[in-house]
Design a protein around this ligand. Structure first.
Ligand code: UD1
Length: 429
């Protein structure tokens, strides 16, 4: 199993390129199922998650071609409507093929996403929306058996709370439903806007994009298009925090303004200099210690839960105590005990973590527990004295393209120690 070794202490300088957003790419890939014409995605990140979903889509009949950062998906004919457990369990977002399969073929059998490490994460809201659209659903031995004999029907769906996955899933299905669908209390994450705009380029009629009410007028078919995946705001935020942690001056390129406002505000409060350009983010920090800053995770445009672990890493060396509250997922502080192995002082009570800043972290062997948690250990390792080695880095490979190359390109002492392959259990982020 691969590990990552980091020798802390180097400041970071230079440009660091941002890839396309994983969380957008995987929804856009599912959208390819909705048309019998090819969907060409550019600015595609190269990640184990996109490869995993590509394998599932191929098993359903989608022809897939890959270029350097291009993926062409052609669902000329859906040859199977069965998504087995083995092709779903590693990644929760694979569940989103259910709606498109129903829209194209009127039936599907899709495994429930497997257990995961950050809370219960059920799919009840996904199923609620599909049922409202006339889908008959039965649960049998870990599988969802779904049928929409007369096609999907437009519906008025009010989500009891905001879910990114359920919003996207219902949006995908509604594009080919007969009549109009209204999704209320919809999530507004930029990746949903990216998906909706791409669907419109394919001939869908989605309005209310970037608001909490999406209106989708169903059409009978969608066409192919070419679409550039939105920059990854979580990768952007992660490297912004890495630069803040290590000190120095780093310019993130190929990103987009307005995706990380909540984070940038918190970083400035902590004493980090951040300048946003149209597609760049420059992060600068001198020698002074950081100020402690409290953070509450919220749905977009609030502070992203996917940046909570990384921000906590930064706060471990701040000059005082900060409080970090997690409101999106239960049990999303698994990184806290690992950060403590590096000398951090963190007390977790339920959904709240109190972080008392220490003067210095010390390198140690630690273990990645999920995708975003693992990169918080990388950030901590950048300043920990001596060497930090991180195990189970398959978590990182799910969501961060060429992480070591990007960081070492800015002067970090980071390298991969390769070991035998592992099957990798995942949490679906
Ligand atoms: C997506 C992102 C993930 C991010 C999260 C919140 C992808 C692939 N993943 O995950 O990186 O952390 O949004 O921004 O895009 N819930 C239910 N029932 C449901 C659906 C969700 O109870 O049917 C709960 C979840 O357990 C969780 C909360 O709702 O507590 C939010 O989950 P959701 O917004 O759906 O997150 P994901 O789409 O899984």
């Amino acid at each position: 199993m691969d590990r990552i070794a980091i020798r802390g202490g180097n400041r970071l300088f230079g440009d660091l390129p941002i890839s396309g957003a994983k969380n957008s790419a995987i929804k856009l890939m599912a959208a390819a199922l909705l048309s019998d014409q090819p969907l060409t995605l550019t600015n595609m990140p190269k990640l184990s998650d996109t490869r995993f979903l590509a394998a599932l889509l191929e098993s359903l009949g989608v022809e897939i071609g890959n270029g350097s950062d291009v993926m062409r998906l052609h669902a000329r004919e859906i040859t199977s409507t069965f998504a087995p457990y083995d092709r779903v369990r590693k990644m929760r977002a694979t569940f989103n093929v259910l709606g498109p399969l129903l829209a194209r073929r009127g039936e599907a059998k899709v495994s429930l996403p497997g257990g995961c490490t950050i809370g219960a994460r059920p799919v009840d809201l996904h199923l609620m929306a599909l049922e409202a659209m006339g889908v008959q659903i039965a649960l049998e031995e870990g599988y969802v058996l779904a049928r929409a004999r007369d096609g999907l029907k437009g519906a008025d769906v009010s989500f009891p709370f905001v879910s990114v996955g359920a919003t996207e899933h219902a949006l995908l299905a509604a594009t080919l439903a007969s009549g109009t669908t209204v999704l209320r209390n919809a999530a507004r994450e930029p990746e949903i806007g990216d998906l909706a705009h791409c669907l419109n380029a394919m001939g869908a009629r989605v309005s209310g994009i970037d608001t909490d009410t999406l209106v989708i007028e169903g059409v009978t078919s969608l066409r192919g298009t070419e679409w550039a995946v939105i920059p990854d705001r979580i990768e952007t935020g992660t490297y912004a925090l890495a630069a803040a942690m290590a000190g120095g001056e780093v310019t993130l390129t190929g990103t987009r303004a307005g995706l990380n406002d909540a984070l940038i505000g918190k970083m400035r409060e902590a004493g980090v200099e951040v300048d946003e350009g149209a597609d760049t983010l420059r992060v600068r920090r001198g020698e002074a210690r950081l100020r402690p800053v409290d953070v509450d995770t919220e749905v977009f445009p609030g502070f992203a839960t996917d940046l909570q672990a990384q921000f906590m890493a930064l706060m471990t060396v701040a000059d005082g105590e900060s409080v970090i509250r997690e409101h999106i997922f239960e049990n999303r502080f698994m990184h806290a005990p690992e950060l403590a192995r590096l000398g951090a002082d963190i007390a977790v009570h339920g959904g709240e973590a109190r972080v008392r800043g220490v003067e210095a972290l010390r390198g140690a062997e630690v273990m990645a527990t999920d995708l975003r948690a693992s990169v918080s250990l990388v950030i901590a390792g950048l300043v920990a004295e001596g060497e930090t080695t991180i195990g189970r880095v398959y978590h990182l490979d799910r969501g961060f393209e060429r992480l070591e190359a990007k960081l070492s390109g800015c002067g970090a002492d980071i390298r991969r120690l390769t070991g035998p392959e592992s099957s990798g259990e995942d949490d679906g982020h």
